[in-house]
Ligand binder design. Structure first.
Ligand code: PA5
Length: 435
């Protein structure tokens, strides 16, 4: 059995085995295009084999730099946006202590991580200095193109601040650059100032790059074992390399999405039951939104965190316009859980739940919502993960990347470009320069 499985017990009213069989030929075609590198965007397929090809010395260098940063930094700034930021944040928030940044240094055992350059908020950047004033810190600026406005502005501002505080030798110990463009401005700065640099392979696009130095360096700084992430991705590679939908859970997911899309379900809500998945959902949203939303096509990727959002979006999911399907990711085992205590007077009448874990109640909410939403006409794809750890994270990243590529090919779009994003940049620049 595969490590991550799709539980299809709530799909019987929405699709059939015969329908799945009809899609097999399209999936096989998409699979061959992907693996033979003959499909759309085939210059950007480096991620496909990368978990097996990532050089050992690169992994060792990432670990060594992470150790060095941990030694002399109380704070670590990750400067980047989109694919150069979301994957690392997804891993760190999923796998670290929930209140990591608020814990004492001894308990945390890693620098506090702060994200910068993922928007254009002057207030955020201004307020950041109050934090920097109080801590020794290091920076990893990440941009494949080296030209992204949000990242470049944040880096310039922070670099100026650092130059007033640290000497040149110290700056070289505290500024790390991850970039892909040999001729880009970020690479030029790194070369001139002699900052240590990690490269992003040319054939791996931003949102498919988390398993390169882009994601692995910040993740390693936070103390997460990156070897286990890579091992998870390698296992996902092995388990998703056949074209048969029934033997490949990643392709099963990709096919189900397209079946529902063709039946008018234009919105996918990716739901989880633990807040620590939030940035993993954000990473997923970018992956699918940028990969599929083009040429007037594509499923709109939305997210919900339950049970919180059962008290807000729940009404719409149950009863609103029937153009949605859900993908629910549920981890069976938690590494930390708590039981509900018994109380003599039991004013809230909770004693029936006493000694049960909160996760077991969450599990009942999950089962209950599945029944309710299915009754409400929403197909529910359940993705089941045995636990939440670094291995699982690596596995899921690869699983969703592969599914996204196949799903894009089934939709007949190029899942590796983002022409729509370029358009807003063009318009913004013309406003800036014509003002
Ligand atoms: O997937 C993509 O290519 C984008 O989301 C990029 O990751 C994002 O725009 C950041 O680009 P860069 O890494 O060039 O700064």
């Amino acid at each position: 059995m595969a490590y991550i499985t799709i539980d299809d017990r709530y799909l019987k009213d929405f699709t059939t085995d015969a329908e799945m069989d009809e899609w097999q030929a399209y999936v096989t075609k998409a699979h061959n295009e992907l693996h033979n590198k003959t499909g759309l965007g085939s210059d950007y397929l480096g991620w496909l084999e990368y978990p097996n090809l990532i050089p050992n010395d690169e992994i060792e260098r990432i670990k060594a730099v992470a150790e060095q940063i941990k030694q002399h930094s109380e704070l670590f700034l990750v400067i980047g946006v989109g694919g150069s930021y979301l994957g690392a944040r997804a891993a760190i928030e999923l796998l670290s202590h929930t209140f990591s940044n608020e814990l004492s240094k001894e308990k945390r055992n890693a620098p506090k991580i702060v994200y910068v350059g993922h928007h254009l908020s002057g207030t955020y950047l201004h307020d950041l200095f109050d934090l920097l004033d109080e801590h020794d810190f290091s920076v990893n600026v990440i941009s494949k193109s080296g030209t992204t406005t949000e990242t470049a502005i944040a880096f310039r501002i922070i670099k100026q601040y650092m130059k007033n505080r640290y000497d040149e030798r110290e700056l070289r110990k505290r500024i790390f650059v991850t970039t892909g463009n040999e001729h880009g401005p970020l690479k030029q700065i790194a070369r001139k100032e002699k900052y240590e640099t990690f490269s992003i392979p040319d054939d791996i696009g931003g949102r498919y790059s988390v398993l390169t130095a882009v994601g692995l360096l910040p993740i390693a700084v936070s103390g997460i074992p990156i070897d286990e992430i890579i091992a998870g991705a390698q296992q996902a590679y092995e388990e998703t390399k056949v074209d048969n939908i029934r033997n490949n859970q990643s392709y099963f997911y990709a096919t189900l999405r397209n079946i529902f899309y063709n039946k008018g379900k234009k919105i996918e809500i990716f739901s989880t039951y633990e807040p620590r998945w939030h940035y993993f959902q954000e990473w997923w949203k970018q992956l699918y939104g940028e990969s599929e939303g083009k040429d007037g096509k594509g499923i709109f990727p939305a997210t919900a965190t339950f049970t919180t959002d059962l008290h807000s979006l729940g009404q719409y999911i149950q009863d609103g316009e029937r153009h949605i399907f859900q993908t629910v990711l549920f981890a069976d085992e938690l590494n930390r859980d708590i039981t509900i205590p018994y109380e003599e007077d039991d004013v809230e009448r909770l004693n029936d739940l006493a000694e049960k874990t909160v996760h077991s109640i969450n599990q009942s909410a999950f089962e209950g919502a599945l029944i309710a939403h299915t009754k409400g006409g929403v197909p529910n794809i359940i993705i089941r993960s045995p636990k939440v750890d670094a291995f699982t994270y690596g596995y899921l990243v690869y699983f969703f990347q592969k599914a996204c590529a196949i799903s894009g090919y089934l939709l007949q779009v190029n899942p590796f470009d983002q022409p729509g994003v370029e358009e807003y940049k063009k318009q913004m620049m013309s406003i800036i320069y014509n003002r």
